[in-house]
Design a protein around this ligand. Structure first.
Ligand code: ZN
Length: 284
């Protein structure tokens, strides 16, 4: 049985302008970003890696959701929500058995309330930040409404496991595949990437550890100015964010494409991923 990995854009975002957000083009035209989530078929049911906004966030946005959606220039289209795309693929919402979150910002975790039966995995530091926000930034970025349904949380802490030189912790695995949380703190207190083993190598979903492929994949990395400002405004630890970005640059250039890095909001990476099909497994 071949288990497919689906790439879902759960929200089209049109913030700022093309030059400031995408690094080229007009300052008179809107920028373009996505909310790139993964839906992984497994023998343990469907696994959703980040959820995007929830359906109620889009239809009846509360304060935190409205703040986030306006800042991101989100087009409120319920058809893009993960729950509707999953139904369109022929699955039921309760087929989603596990959700793995890079972090708890509403554009990544808002949809957990659409899958109340799923076990929600995340790093313990992020869970603590979400449940007991300390700074004003943390109080504004998280929305307790997203977990008012009291999800079945499963928090993870690194205990010595390693992956490609990074700390890692296994979230789901069996004899044929691995799905790991890879701490990439900095954007938020417990922000992580999620590594998925495929028959062609690894996919590393980097969440918001970077915002544009130009920061990681160019010979001379650069960041479109609006994205640079947004990341500086959003980060919890600048030193950790920049340190982890450098490690991702090194990983990208040393892995000879056997590890495919993608982030949450880069539309070019998303478009590229939609052109090929990946299957859960291990490279032989
Ligand atoms: Zn984000």
């Amino acid at each position: 049985m071949a288990y497919k990995i689906h790439h879902l854009n759960t929200a089209t975002l049109c913030p700022g302008n093309q030059w400031g957000v995408n690094g080229s083009g007009s300052i008179l035209k809107k920028g373009l970003m996505v909310c790139h989530c993964l839906l992984v078929e497994t023998d343990q049911g469907l696994v959703l890696i980040d959820t995007g906004f929830g359906i109620q966030d889009v239809l009846h946005a509360g304060f935190a959701e409205r703040l986030s959606m306006q800042a991101l220039g989100a087009i409120a289209d319920p058809q893009e929500c993960a729950i509707n795309q999953i139904k369109k693929l022929g699955y039921r919402p309760d087929d989603v058995r596990h959700i793995i979150l890079t972090h708890l910002d509403v554009d990544h975790a808002g949809g957990i309330k659409d899958f109340p039966q799923a076990t929600v995995h995340l790093h313990q530091n992020e869970f603590i930040a979400g449940m007991r926000p300390i700074t004003l930034q943390e109080k504004l970025r998280y929305s307790a409404k997203d977990w008012a349904h009291q999800p079945n949380w499963k928090t993870h802490q690194v205990v010595g496991e390693r992956w490609e030189g990074f700390d890692a912790v296994s979230v789901l695995s069996d004899a044929l595949y691995d799905i790991l949380l890879v701490p990439l703190h900095g954007h938020s207190r417990g922000h992580c990437g999620v590594a998925v083993s495929t028959t062609e190598g690894w996919i590393l979903h980097c969440g918001d550890a970077y915002f544009s492929h130009q920061e990681i994949k160019l010979e001379v990395p650069k960041c479109p100015p609006i994205l640079a400002a947004v990341q500086a405004m959003d980060d919890t630890s600048r030193a950790d964010r920049l340190y982890n970005q450098q490690r991702l640059i090194d990983l990208h250039h040393s892995s000879n494409e056997s590890i495919r890095l993608l982030c949450s909001h880069d539309h070019e990476e998303f478009d590229t991923c939609c052109h090929y099909t990946s299957f859960l497994g291990r490279k032989s």
